[in-house]
Design a protein around this ligand. Structure first.
Ligand SMILES: [Zn+2]
Length: 134
């Protein structure tokens, strides 16, 4: 499994994260079978937005509706880590479910992609997936 993203979209994510260095920025990935076609920025409505994120539910709903109407899917979401760590945080693991959604994390001037794996009770583990910039 890999994730394809255009270099323009990758640059957009890096610039968005760099413009808000003290808060996690977030949004959705629309596309088809492992290819990002559209980035949908969302407001981070988490109370502690410096260390966590919560995508604005209105944006989430609208994105699902748009995707469905166009025969596409919400294939995952992105968020930034101001602390520079590209690995999912303990908080991320506590919220992840094995639903095939891609977690794209922007940190330290680069991006990384992850997919939650099946686990027993307790926090999820994440499998890294390769990113192909094309
Ligand atoms: Zn995180």
């Amino acid at each position: 499994m890999k994730l394809q993203i255009s270099s323009g979209d990758r640059q957009f994510l890096l610039a968005t994260a760099a413009a808000t260095p003290d808060e996690e920025v977030c949004g959705l990935l629309l596309g088809r079978s492992g290819r990002v076609e559209t980035l949908v920025p969302a407001r981070n409505v988490a109370r502690d937005s410096a260390r966590s994120f919560e995508i604005d539910p209105a944006t989430l709903l609208a994105a699902h509706r748009t995707a469905r109407g166009e025969g596409r899917q919400v294939i995952g979401h992105w968020h930034s880590h101001p602390n520079g760590r590209r690995e999912p945080s303990a908080r991320d693991a506590g919220r992840a479910s094995e639903n095939g959604q891609i977690w794209l994390i922007i940190a330290g001037g680069d991006i990384a992609a992850w997919v939650p794996q099946a686990t027993g009770p307790g926090p999820a583990t994440f499998q890294p997936i390769a990113i192909e910039v094309a």
